[in-house]
Design a protein around this ligand. Structure first.
Ligand SMILES: *Cc1c(COP(=O)(O)O)cnc(C)c1O
Length: 355
């Protein structure tokens, strides 16, 4: 298979949006990266081409059984004009783990990272410069075989699209309220919770809607078997600072392995702040709360980096965290990670990669 990446430039360029109106995932750049797979031939024809619609037969498998996987990462523009990616190899390692779970053939991580860099170079002028903005990168794979049989497809498309996105915190980092979800489940052991696959997200909409109606921003997900242990918050991993120690749920086979989560654990260890990965039950959390030991709670993910939790709503109870203020550790983690991502501060871990 030829892994040479061909580039076809768009003849017409789109008008770029105002950096103050970006929001999330509303605008897309002039180009996309595409690569195809056929059984017997493997992945082939990696290419950067003008951004265009994908036309598919109504019987294409993607419309029926959801055999898809995706990733989410960002490119950042530094003040001295460089473009940085944050641990991109981790995203492609995770994409292959998602592929394994969804019976999709693995991609060659080197080829795909090369393709991503080529795409970002071609669309470099789309990377927004304003504070907090970035270029969101969405790699995804869809089955392209035309067939209604319930089985893995024999052909796929791998695509990367780019979207300039605004600051997650246009008014500065601020805590949100979270509703504890006791009825619906995000994922169970043996299911697809550790994979970034479409079905996990739409299955959570109903709980998210319920939370919104109660005035909460996100859902706190509990384990699907006993509804006892804390797993994630919305589409983020979750951390608790209890009595000076940072606790995050251990990767138990139904929690998504966040790259922000991994980076935070590494940072805390470097800072000699006690951090443990273990099971944390809702009951244990409530007890610690009642004893006044809960100092900070925050979600972590690529989109927000750190999302402080100011309040939990559970039945008729409201548990206020740190006076609804952003905690000192949450803020320090946010400043450090965004600082490394944008080249504002040194990167002792070599997490960033220049494009
Ligand atoms: C993507 C995702 C996360 C966060 O992962 P990052 O690599 O840190 O962006 C956490 N939970 C779920 C369910 C996710 O889909």
């Amino acid at each position: 298979m030829s892994t040479e990446i061909t580039v076809v430039k768009a003849t017409e360029k789109k008008t770029k949006p105002d950096e103050n109106t970006l929001g999330f995932g509303k605008f897309f750049t002039d180009h996309m990266f595409v690569m195809d797979y056929e059984k017997g031939k493997g992945w082939h024809s990696p290419r950067v081409i003008p951004y265009e619609p994908i036309s598919l037969d109504p019987a294409t498998m993607v419309f029926h059984y959801g055999q898809t996987v995706f990733e989410g990462l960002k490119a950042y523009s530094t003040t001295d004009g460089k473009t940085l990616l944050f641990r991109p190899e981790k995203n492609f390692e995770r994409l292959n783990r998602s592929c394994d779970r969804l019976s999709i053939p693995n991609i060659d991580q080197e080829v795909v990272l090369g393709g991503l860099k080529e795409l970002v170079r071609v669309d470099r002028e789309w990377i927004p410069k304003a504070e907090g903005t970035s270029l969101y990168i969405r790699p995804f794979i869809l089955p392209t075989e035309t067939n209604l049989r319930v089985a893995p497809a024999s052909s796929y498309k791998f695509v990367i699209i780019l979207s300039p996105v605004g600051s997650y915190y246009p008014e500065g980092i601020h805590p949100v309220s979270i509703s504890v979800e006791k009825e619906y489940t995000r994922a169970v052991l043996g299911g697809t919770g550790t994979a970034k696959t479409a079905g996990n997200y739409c299955a959570g909409y109903i709980a998210q809607e319920k939370a919104s109606q109660q005035g909460a921003a996100q859902v706190l997900w509990l384990d699907g078997v006993e509804k006892k242990y804390i797993e994630e918050v919305g589409s983020m991993n979750v951390f608790f600072k209890i009595n000076g120690e940072v606790v995050t749920p251990i990767l138990n086979g139904s929690i998504l392995e966040g790259i922000t989560r991994m980076s935070i654990i590494e940072l805390l260890k470097e800072w000699n702040i006690p951090v443990v990965e273990r099971k944390l039950s809702l009951d244990e959390f409530i007890e610690a709360y009642e004893n006044g030991q809960v100092e900070e709670v925050f979600g972590t993910g690529t989109a927000a980096v750190i999302s402080p939790v100011g309040e939990f709503r559970f039945k008729d109870n409201q548990m206020m965290i740190n006076n609804r203020e952003t905690g000192e550790l949450s803020r320090k983690l946010y400043e450090t990670i965004t600082g490394i991502q944008t080249g504002r501060i040194a990167d002792p871990f070599q997490w960033t990669e220049e494009v």
